[in-house]
Design a protein around this ligand. Structure first.
Ligand code: ADP
Ligand code: MG
Length: 250
């Protein structure tokens, strides 16, 4: 579902991703951990066209991200084509980024109506179903300011799902939440995983990684240091940098 081959990304002189190679299979829950500043968010942003890579190849569902290849040459995709690629990818951020002037239901309906030109009736029906699914069927008329952080994040997940993505990216979805609200968001993510969604999850929740993850990658300073089955990496890390990081977070 996702393949990175020698992916590099710099911001001016700052070399952030230094040759990332990894593969995510369909239906896999792929957890990404690593110290702050190691490039985890940048990597997700490259997958979702929020940043352009400087070298290497990035594929989603077998299709090159942002470019078309013709012979040896790469051509940048047009805006419309990029938009079409992005539609297949849902992203959930640390900050929920809901539209504050819209109800939960309107937030979830927004993209299908505006981007896919779906009828309001169809979008509303799906939004209701998705809010039910994340346990907020009784909060559809609430505005973000009337919801807790955990509830807002669940609306954000429903909103991403409304576009029926084939891949979901989560960037520390529980890091901004009060501890007692973390579980309800992880429960929704676990449910999605059980349903077979392909997910890349940047997280510090090692319990989630261990129980729900199919693979775990430890990234540091723009490179993949270690990867494997979560239980393997968490209980038996091979590299000093992984050991040192885990000793701080576990
Ligand atoms: P992580 O998510 O692992 O904490 P990030 O991918 O957010 O790491 O950031 C990695 C590095 O890239 C940081 O040093 C950050 O300051 C830098 N960086 C991220 N985005 C930009 C940007 N748009 N311009 C310049 N530097 C950036
Ligand atoms: Mg980050």
């Amino acid at each position: 579902m996702v393949k990175a081959e020698g992916v590099h990304k710099s911001f001016g002189p700052a070399h952030i991703l230094k040759g990332i190679d990894l593969e995510v299979s369909p239906r896999e829950v792929f957890c990404l951990i690593g110290p702050s500043g190691s490039g985890k968010s940048t990597f997700l942003r490259c997958i979702n066209h929020l940043e352009k890579i400087n070298a290497g190849r990035l594929y989603v569902d077998g299709t090159l991200v942002g470019y078309r290849q013709s012979g040896d040459k790469l051509y940048e995709l047009k805006e419309r084509e990029v938009a079409a690629q992005r539609r297949g990818i849902g992203m959930v951020f640390q900050r929920f980024n809901l539209f504050p002037h819209m109800t939960a239901l309107e937030n979830v309906m927004e993209a299908p109506v505006q981007v896919k030109r779906e009828s309001k009736a169809v979008a509303r029906e799906r939004a209701q179903r998705l809010l039910d699914r994340v346990g907020l069927g009784d909060k559809t008329g609430h505005y973000p300011s009337q919801l807790s952080g955990g509830q807002q994040q669940r609306v954000a997940i429903a909103r991403a799902l409304a576009m029926e993505p084939k891949l979901m990216l989560f960037d520390e979805p529980t890091s901004a939440l009060d501890p007692e609200l973390v579980g309800e968001v992880l429960d929704v993510m676990r449910d999605l995983a059980q349903d077979g969604m392909t997910m890349i999850v940047v997280t510090h929740e090692m319990g989630f990684a261990r129980e729900v993850g199919d693979s775990l990658v430890f990234m540091d300073d723009g490179v993949v240091v270690e990867s494997g089955h979560p239980r393997e990496v968490l209980t038996n890390p091979q590299h000093e940098r992984t050991k040192s990081f885990l000793s701080k977070v576990l």
